[in-house]
Design a protein around this ligand. Structure first.
Ligand SMILES: [Zn+2]
Length: 206
């Protein structure tokens, strides 16, 4: 990286993403180099380099892009960077977007139709701004697409200002927060509720 591009803001956010990667890897949520993790900087993004193992990230595995997702340091970002850019552009209060490929998120996306509704869980209070279990949070399930521009258009058609995240069918979860720490907590809470929901689905199966 051009040393002029490294500043305290980048280092601080890169360190938070490295920690998040380890945490997700330890729980099996980012298998085989999958997923991508980003944080917004005042004039760009810090985001994981394409194809890096999220449990073994170092500062070299976090790259700098401009606000449109264009590499500023010669490193190669994932095609899915466009989805991060989309979230930052349309939901400006969010400063971190995290994407996992966990078995539970993948399974529930395949077993559900067009959405997963989470309702009545105390754990919903781990999502920013929610202070009661008497809440219904809908996570849209969107068909997977290798054309990321088209996928971003499908996401755009399903999200609104109250959205907490979305699932891509057979693929994984995207969620976000005002800080990396908030976004990590959102991943953890959603993963736990997906796991509970899957157990309930298995118990209710005739
Ligand atoms: Zn992915």
């Amino acid at each position: 990286m051009n040393s002029g591009l490294i500043n305290q803001e980048f280092i601080q956010h890169a360190n938070a993403l490295i920690e998040a990667g380890k945490f997700f890897h330890d729980r099996g949520w980012v298998p085989a180099t999958s997923g991508n993790l980003s944080a917004a900087l005042h004039d760009g993004l810090a985001i994981t380099v394409s194809g890096r193992h999220k449990g073994r990230l170092t500062r070299e595995d976090i790259m700098l892009t401009d606000v449109t997702g264009r590499s500023m340091d010669g490193k190669k970002c994932s095609a899915e960077t466009l989805l991060h850019v989309y979230i930052y552009k349309n939901y400006r209060e969010n400063r971190s977007v995290l994407h996992t490929h966990s078995p539970s998120a993948t399974a529930i996306s395949l077993l559900s139709g067009t959405e997963v509704a989470l309702e009545g869980y105390e754990l919903l209070k781990a999502l920013s701004g929610i202070d009661t279990h008497a809440t219904r949070v809908v996570i849209p399930v969107i068909a997977n697409d290798q054309d990321i521009v088209r996928l971003a258009q499908s996401v755009d058609a399903r999200l609104d200002k109250d959205s907490r995240g979305f699932l891509i069918k057979g693929h994984g979860l995207y969620t976000w927060g005002k800080t990396v720490e908030d976004a990590v907590r959102h991943v953890e809470a959603l993963e736990a509720m997906f796991e509970i929901q899957l157990r309930l689905m298995a118990l209710k199966r005739p």
